[in-house]
Design a protein around this ligand. Sequence first.
Ligand code: ADP
Ligand code: MG
Length: 186
Amino acid sequence: MISIKNLKHYYTDADGNEVRALDGVSLEIKQGEFVAVIGANGSGKSTLARHLNALLLPTDGTVLVDGMDTEDENKMWDIRQKVGMVFQNPDNQIVAAIVEEDVAFGPENIGVPGPEIPQRVADSLAAVGMTEYAKHAPHLLSGGQKQRVAIAGILALQPECIVLDEPTAMLDPQGRKEIVGTVRKL
Ligand code: ADP
Ligand code: MG
C-alpha cells in the first residue's frame, strides 16, 4: 500500500539554513497493517505523514501509494482519496455546525452521489460510536468526541489507508482512550 524509498525532505528555515527533516527513510506498509511511528518532537513524523498523501513532495527519493508516485500530478486526487489524514487538533478539522453535516461534507465535496451519502454518514458515525450525536453541534462535544467525528469524516470518504498524526495530543486521558479504542476497532 505504501512504499517509501530513500525519502529525503529538506526544509529551509527562516534564516535560510537547510533543515534535514527526513534524510533517507525507507518503509514498506502492507494493506491491513497497523504501524506506529514513534519519535521525539521535531524528529520528522509530521513531515513523513504529509508525504503519504502528497501534501509534501520529496526533496529526493520516492513515495508510492498503491503503486502511484506522489510526484505524479495526475494521480494527486486518486492518492488523496486513498489516504485519509487525521490531524492533532479536532477543532481545525470540523467544518459544519451539525455532526452529520460535518461527516457528509467530505463525500459531498468529492462528488459522491447524493442518495449514497446518508448511508456513508450513518456507517461512519457507527464505526466511531457517535451515532447518537448525529444531530448535535460539534463545538459542544468533548475533545475525544470531536476527534471521533473528525475520524468519521475521513471514514466517509472510504479511504484504504488512514494516517493519524498525533490524534490524541490535544485530548484528556478519557479522550485518548476513546481514540485509541476507535483506531484499534477500525
Ligand atoms: P515531528 O512531527 O516529529 O514533531 P516535524 O516533521 O514537524 O517533526 O519536523 C521535523 C523537522 O522539520 C523539525 O526540525 C522542524 O523544525 C522542521 N520543520 C517542520 N516544518 C518546517 C517548515 N515548514 N519549515 C522549516 N522547517 C520545518
Ligand atoms: Mg508532528
